[in-house]
Write a protein that binds this ligand. Structure first.
Ligand SMILES: [Zn+2]
Length: 579
């Protein structure tokens, strides 16, 4: 059928007399398909559907020097990386290792070198932590009266921090718990937090600009201020207006191990003895007797309004038993050397996380969390771009660095390790384009660029996208904190201008609903698998943008710079090391 003609290029056949007529036939066919596709309105397609390639806008553009992407080769990579036999690619698992072996094979095939001609693997050691619930408990104490909390229903422990075996402490409600010196904003002012556990809502008030709000909500930054104020723990009430997945799913996987990088240099939560995530529907019990109700606070949080701050009546008693073990995993790093004698010492970095959640609690009988969009899709873009580079004879001035990180789902750990211990010379990475769950589930008309206004890289992305007829917008949902929720953030913290991009939607459009439903139903669920609607044309166009942006950054005379008014410019000196 249609897709077979487009997909099966003659390259897989033995060269022979049939080759040219077949190619010609296929080209004519492609041109006809392209015209048909133009005449049809684009709609999300089931990728497995034979009609998929008909809507691939890129197929009509054939050039010998410029690769063009139609989404089919991309989807072929996704199919391999997100197959059931990769077992959800959890950090440290045989499934992830298998996926890594496949990636390494592709790197070799494309002629990419390991950096410094060593291994492609950058090994990393993690501490895995798993809560033992039958030996753990949480309770609120009211004047000696014990009110036990039900783990899983009321609240869950977060093992991202090194939990103390026992914590007995008074509670204080500190609003959003944010300290932002640049704005003179301090939710901790006038509160006595010494030896107390702080109760906060996830989120930030609307008046705080997105980048600042995101940065100071990161676990490390938030804890820095709380620790300084004397707090010993944090209870975070999830923000019902910004929850990507329902409480039932968060709770279902609470026994899944979390991980931390081994080594004191990576510990950002020293002194945090207790970390608990609270179900917003059950949080009223924290506020009993305080003169405030949960509903009153939720109404404010929903509209991103400032919150009151006040001491709470009950105290918390926590007992935590945690199983710890050492886990090993690795980032994969490969380079394609540039051609300019001087500029080849600089790198444009493309990154994507290969890890996902592994095998977990079953939902509708399925326990493999395949992570097709999150983030086989991004890793597949890297592989597809890598394969296209081999075909393209044009040499770029700067070198390209491809990094497939591990441990993203465990808290951006692989990228943290890589940016702290880069395998290339410090200061040689001039730009990072990170790809994580770019969601080609609707036609690509609007591209959301995270970090759009922060550096020249944002301007480049805008120009490239517009040249392909795609509009660009900054993050339309800053309350979701997407900017700090993937690996680009670690590059940013090391001074490297970085951005991430995803297929976007206009506010209030039907597409917004599609994205919302995707997050509720498939995000971090086993149904983020190969059996979901995907728009191949959108994926192809996205790859085209990534490819052009990468080429532009690699061939530009100068490095991209942070904008003078960018908050993240403060990290720039870290990236200007001599090399
Ligand atoms: Zn994820």
């Amino acid at each position: 059928m249609i897709s077979l003609h487009v997909r099966k290029t003659p390259t897989k056949r033995t060269p022979g007399t049939m080759r040219k007529p077949l190619l010609l036939c296929s080209r004519i066919f492609t041109a006809i398909l392209f015209l048909i596709a133009l005449a049809q309105p684009q709609s999300p397609l089931r990728a497995a559907d034979s009609k998929s390639t008909a809507a691939s806008g890129g197929v009509g553009v054939v050039s010998t020097t410029q690769p063009s992407f139609d989404g089919t080769t991309w989807w072929n990579y996704v199919k391999i990386l997100a197959a059931d036999n990769m077992e959800g690619r959890e950090t440290g698992s045989p499934g992830l290792h298998k996926a890594q072996e496949y990636v390494v094979e592709q790197l070799k095939r494309a002629g990419l070198e390991p950096v410094g001609s060593k291994s492609y693997y950058q090994p990393i050691r993690f501490e895995s932590r798993q809560i033992v619930e039958k030996e753990s408990s949480l309770a609120l104490m009211h004047n000696g009266q014990v009110e036990p909390l039900t783990l899983g229903e009321d609240a869950i422990f977060s093992t991202r921090v090194d939990l103390a075996p026992v914590v007995d402490a008074p509670l204080v409600f500190a609003g959003y718990g944010l300290t932002i010196p640049e704005l003179g904003h301090n939710d901790l002012a006038d509160l006595n937090l010494r030896d107390k556990v702080v109760v906060i809502f996830a989120g930030a008030p609307a008046e705080i600009p997105g980048a600042l709000a995101s940065h100071y909500q990161s676990a490390g930054e938030r804890w820095k201020a709380l620790h300084k104020a004397g707090a010993v723990g944090v209870i975070t009430i999830l923000n019902p207006a910004a929850m990507d997945i329902p409480w039932s799913r968060i709770s279902a996987n609470r026994a899944h191990p979390s991980m931390a990088l081994k080594g004191a240099e990576f510990d950002e939560t020293t002194g945090e003895e207790l970390a608990v995530t609270f179900n917003p529907e059950k949080a009223q019990k924290l506020f009993e007797g305080s003169g405030h109700t949960l509903q009153e606070l939720i109404d404010l949080v929903k509209d991103r309004k400032p919150l009151p701050r006040f001491p709470l009546i009950p105290t918390i008693r926590a007992k935590a038993s945690v199983n710890k073990k050492t886990v090993e995993s690795a980032n994969l790093v490969a380079e394609l050397q540039g051609s300019d004698p001087k500029l080849k010492n600089e790198y444009v970095v493309l990154s994507a996380h290969l890890d996902h959640l592994g095998v977990g609690e079953p939902i509708n009988g399925d326990r493999i969390y395949n992570g097709a969009m999150d983030n086989a899709s991004g890793s597949a873009v890297l592989l597809d771009v890598i394969a296209s580079l081999k075909k393209s004879p044009k040499k770029l001035k700067r070198s390209l660095l491809f990094v497939f990180v591990t441990g993203e789902e465990k808290g951006l750990l692989g990228s943290r390790y890589f940016t702290t211990h880069p395998t290339v010379k410090p200061g040689s990475m001039i730009a990072n384009i990170n790809i994580d769950m770019f969601l080609p589930i609707v036609p690509l008309k609007v591209l959301t660029v995270y970090g759009l206004g922060e550096s020249d890289l944002g301007d480049m992305a805008r120009e490239v996208a517009q040249s392909l007829g795609v509009q660009v917008q900054a993050d339309p949902e800053p309350q979701r904190n997407a900017f700090i929720r993937s690996d680009q953030y670690n590059f940013i913290r090391h001074g490297v201008p970085a951005l991430a991009m995803g297929v976007g939607f206009e506010k209030g459009s039907p597409e917004q609903e599609i994205f919302k439903n995707w997050r509720t139903q498939r995000y971090h669920a086993p149904s983020d698998d190969l059996d979901q609607p995907v728009d191949l044309a959108a994926a192809g166009k996205y790859e085209e943008i990534i490819h052009r942006l990468m080429v532009r950054a690699a061939d530009a005379p100068g490095r991209p710079q942070w904008k003078p008014d960018s908050f993240f410019r403060r990290y720039a000196p870290m990236a200007s090391g001599l090399y």
